[in-house]
Design a protein around this ligand. Structure first.
Ligand SMILES: C[S@@+](CC[C@H](N)C(=O)[O-])C[C@H]1O[C@@H](n2cnc3c(N)ncnc32)[C@H](O)[C@@H]1O
Length: 261
């Protein structure tokens, strides 16, 4: 069990740091994929477009296209931006199925390591059928639920909601976490296994409400979507934050049970 004095004391790092980390990684992914973002860029306000204008300059293009036009693999972008990669692999615990490992580099205490993807349900929204034999439902402190199952009915619902909310080339979330190759390399947090007496937690969950001013062109990398189109307020995301320095090769373990006293 993880004990927290008060729901206001649950956060390990301030929201501003989570926001900065998300923006840093997402911008790096966006810049790597700039050639296919033209249609979206045309829709954006002049001020936003101008932020990216210099990246169209021939000097930059010649640097990235010298080898091929294929964007850097997502995990490599994570490594070059934040100094580590994570990947799914068979857990170091027998019978625990798949886990998530630091596969390259080193994670520093307090860093955002991963995100918990999935469909976001308010307390009063129906989730009964999706929840049957589904170990991927995450419950937030305020009762909001996130269904991070990448199979079955959960998968269909996420895809359906993501297409519903797409406005032309403007995607408001990322659905690639449902595949083996997520474009947001953090979006594998639902595979992080539970700690035990032998394997202490090295990451913990932290809720993050995406503010209105989060860059619209970067929302396409958020691995969460509201179940209801009428949901009010900010989109709920959950990130996993390192509780200590984590070395390459270590498996990530969280604590599935937090008691708010
Ligand atoms: C959210 S899933 C985590 C991903 C899971 N390992 C998989 O391969 O799908 C939670 C399930 O993983 C397994 N699990 C998680 N932590 C475990 C542990 N410490 N020991 C054994 N099984 C574990 C349990 O089956 C649990 O219901």
């Amino acid at each position: 069990m993880r004990y927290v004095q008060d729901s206001r004391c649950d956060k390990l790092i301030p929201d501003t740091e989570v926001h900065a980390a998300l923006e840093k990684l997402f911008r790096a992914i966006f810049l790597q994929d700039l050639q296919s973002q033209n249609e979206l860029l045309c829709m954006l306000p002049e001020a936003t477009k101008s932020t990216y204008r210099h990246f169209h300059a021939p000097e930059h293009q010649s640097k990235t296209s010298s080898e091929s036009d294929v964007p850097l693999e997502a995990r490599e972008i994570l490594h070059s931006t934040l100094g580590f990669c994570i990947a799914r692999a068979p857990s170091s615990i027998d019978s625990a199925g798949t886990g998530v490992f630091v596969s390259k580099g080193h994670v520093q205490k307090g860093a955002v390591v991963s995100m918990y993807p999935g469909t976001v349900y308010q307390q009063y929204e129906p989730i009964f059928f999706q929840s049957i034999r589904n170990p991927f439902i995450f419950r937030c402190i305020d009762g909001i639920l996130i269904d991070g199952n990448d199979k079955g009915i959960s998968q269909y619902l996420y895809r359906s909601c993501s297409r519903r909310d797409q406005l032309g080339p403007l995607k408001l979330c990322d659905a690639t976490w449902l595949s083996a190759f997520p474009q947001n390399p953090w979006a594998v947090g639902q595979y992080v296994n539970n700690c035990s007496n032998e394997r202490e937690a090295n990451v913990c969950y932290q809720e993050f409400d995406v503010p209105e001013y989060f860059p619209i062109e970067l929302r396409q990398y958020l691995p969460n979507i509201n179940y209801s189109p009428d949901s009010q307020g900010p989109l709920r995301c959950v990130v996993l934050v390192a509780l200590r320095d984590i070395d390459c090769g270590e498996e990530l373990f969280s604590n599935y049970f937090t008691i708010v006293q």
